[in-house]
Design a protein around this ligand. Structure first.
Ligand SMILES: CC(C)(COP(=O)(O)OP(=O)(O)OC[C@H]1O[C@@H](n2cnc3c(N)ncnc32)[C@H](O)[C@@H]1OP(=O)(O)O)[C@@H](O)C(=O)NCCC(=O)NCCS
Length: 156
C-alpha cells in the first residue's frame, strides 16, 4: 500500500523539540509495544533534533517519527523509528527512512545503521527489505539483552 497523501514529514528543526518530545512520550503506547521512554533522551530532540523528522497528518496529528544522527566518521545512526499503530503498513516507515537517508547522504554519510530487538519482526523486515544486513550483538544492551545491528550502504 502506498503512504496516505495526507501525511507530511517535518524536520524537528522546524518544530519546538521540547513540545514534540512531550507529545510523543504521552502517546508512547500508540507507537511502541515495548518500553522505550528512556531512549527518548532530550539530547535526541535538542542537540540532534536537526536529524529527526516528524510525520504529521493533515489534521495535525503525530503519526510517525524518526530520531538519528550522523557521526564524525560518516555513520548515519538511526536511533528510533516509529509509526503510530493505525498508520502501519502504509509506507510511512519507508518514507521516514528515505528522508533520513537523503539528509545523511547530504551530510556526507556512507553507511546507515539501526539497532533493534531481534524479535521486532516489523523493524527487521523493513530494514532488510531496504537492503540492510543483520548482525546479532550479544549482550549489547546489558547481560542477556541481545540486539540486532542492521547495516546498509548509502549508495549515491
Ligand atoms: C517498524 C515500523 C516503523 C514499520 O513502519 P511501517 O510504516 O509500518 O512500515 P512500511 O509500511 O513503510 O513498510 C515497509 C516494508 O517493511 C516491511 N514490513 C513492515 N512492517 C512489517 C511487518 N509487520 N511484517 C512484515 N514486514 C513488514 C515490508 O517489507 C514493508 O513493505 P510492504 O508493505 O510493501 O510489504 C512500525 O512497525 C513500528 O512503528 N513498529 C513499532 C516501533 C518499532 O518497533 N520501531 C523499530 C525499532 S527502532
Amino acid at each position: 500500500m502506498s503512504a496516505p497523501d495526507d501525511v507530511t514529514l517535518v524536520g524537528f528543526a522546524e518544530l519546538s523539540a521540547t513540545v514534540v518530545r512531550a507529545r510523543l512520550l504521552a502517546a508512547h503506547e500508540r507507537f511502541w509495544d515495548v518500553e522505550t521512554r528512556p531512549l527518548h533522551h532530550p539530547v535526541w530532540f535538542d542537540q540532534f533534533g536537526g536529524f529527526g523528522a516528524l510525520a504529521r497528518s493533515a489534521d495535525g496529528e503525530d503519526v510517525g517519527y524518526l530520531l538519528g544522527v550522523v557521526t564524525a566518521d560518516r555513520l548515519a545512526y538511526l536511533h528510533l523509528l516509529a509509526v503510530r499503530d493505525d498508520r502501519r503498513r502504509t509506507g510511512l516507515g519507508r518514507r521516514l527512512v528515505a528522508w533520513f537517508d537523503d539528509l545523511s547522504r547530504n551530510t556526507g554519510a556512507r553507511v546507515v545503521q539501526a539497532v533493534t530487538w531481534p524479535e521486532d519482526t516489523a523493524a527487521v523486515a523493513l530494514h532488510t527489505a531496504l537492503g540492510a544486513s543483520a548482525h546479532l550483538a550479544q549482550d549489547r544492551a546489558g547481560p542477556g539483552q541481545h540486539r540486532l545491528v542492521l547495516t546498509r550502504s548509502l549508495a549515491r
